[in-house]
Design a protein around this ligand. Structure first.
Ligand code: SF4
Length: 351
């Protein structure tokens, strides 16, 4: 599937009825003030006709803005929509700020996708993170977005206060069962000046380590994508502003690549286990970055487990891997291996 081109415009923490304990959208977006309607119009109209770009309002709770402010922003892009400079609109908001009438109104302005910042489908985690709604409200909001004929995106976090691997996996599974087409995964970071930073300084909160966060995010991705949806981002957009604000936690500018590489490693281990005394692993050139992993971490792990193993770039279909060993050869594809891994995760997940 071709990647959707998006022009993101930020309304940092605008509309939010409360501050979630981990959040500082000003730091993350590097933007102090919300975008104005004039800036929105200018950005949209600077795009060429048939750009194929979707304009997105991120960083706040769009549907919790006053109706006048929502209308001002939505109307600002109508000329660009009419001229096909943008294809459609997307926005992110809170689960407790959507209802059928609002969603119908948004559709009328050209909104085709709504991303809900659910963060977790676990009541204890939602409470501990100061989200201000419960799982029932999150489930209802997801159903309303899907029922309104909009593409449902779900944003989940891992490593929130009170969180666990199982809660994260259950959340990813529920997002898939609710019909979400898109998933974003954000590992919890300790950002300067947030209530979470105080908890961390007092020793009352410990973030996930980087390896653990990558592992959990990879498992969430496997469970979610087995339902046909796409995990479109893992980790915050790397930026100097985020790096400067991050006091602790699993921040890495290549977090998303590390998640995909982790899944690739699992695929490699699965195919290698199918032959005795594996000597070679054949891979297509296109898949080399994920197979070798961030800074060669996967290659090092494979060589540690199989000291005789040679990684061979060969004429192999994208996504496929071929293991060659004493007892013959075996082949798998990323899709098939991912589905098998997801089925195994699901079988061991208390729902
Ligand atoms: S996490 Fe979302 S709802 Fe909470 S304060 Fe930040 S932008 Fe607002």
């Amino acid at each position: 599937m071709a990647k959707q081109k998006i022009l993101p415009l930020f309304i940092p923490m605008e509309g939010c009825p409360r501050r979630c304990i981990y959040c500082d959208q000003h730091a993350i977006s590097g933007q102090a003030a919300p975008v104005s309607a004039a800036e929105v119009a200018q950005a949209a109209e600077s795009l060429p006709v048939d750009s194929g770009v979707q304009l997105a309002f991120y960083g706040g709770s769009f549907t919790a803005l006053t109706e006048a402010r929502q209308t001002e922003l939505l109307q600002a892009v109508q000329p660009a929509l009419a001229q096909r400079r943008i294809t459609s609109l997307r926005l992110s908001t809170r689960p407790d700020a959507v209802d059928a009438a609002t969603l119908a109104r948004l559709r009328g302005y050209g909104v085709t996708a709504v991303e809900l910042g659910v963060q977790s489908f676990d009541d204890a985690v939602l409470r501990a993170s100061g989200r201000g709604y419960d799982v029932e409200a999150a489930l209802a909001a997801c159903r309303q977005v899907a029922d309104a004929g909009l593409t449902l995106g779900v944003q989940l976090m891992c490593g929130l206060p009170g969180d666990s691997r199982e809660a994260c996996l259950r959340s990813a599974y529920l997002a898939r069962e609710l019909g979400a087409a898109l998933l974003r995964i954000y590992p919890t970071l300790v950002l300067r000046g947030t209530p979470l930073a105080r908890l961390w300084q007092q020793g009352r909160y410990q973030p996930l380590g980087l390896a653990e966060a990558v592992e959990v995010a990879a498992e969430m991705t496997l469970l979610f994508e087995a339902g046909g949806g796409s995990m479109i981002r893992a980790g915050l957009n790397p930026s100097p502003a985020t790096e400067a604000a991050c006091l602790a936690g699993p921040y890495h500018p290549a977090f998303g690549h590390m998640v995909r590489s982790r899944i690739k490693l699992q695929q490699a281990l699965a195919v290698l286990a199918q032959v005795s005394e594996p000597r070679e692993l054949h891979y297509p050139r296109t898949d080399a970055p994920q197979l070798f992993g961030q800074a060669g971490a996967n290659a090092a792990e494979l060589r540690q487990r199989y000291p005789q193993l040679a990684l061979v770039c060969a004429e192999v279909a994208p996504g496929a891997l071929i293991a060659v060993g004493g007892g013959g050869r075996a082949e798998n594809t990323l899709d098939a291996a991912s589905r098998a891994l997801a089925a195994k995760l699901l079988a061991n997940l208390p729902l």
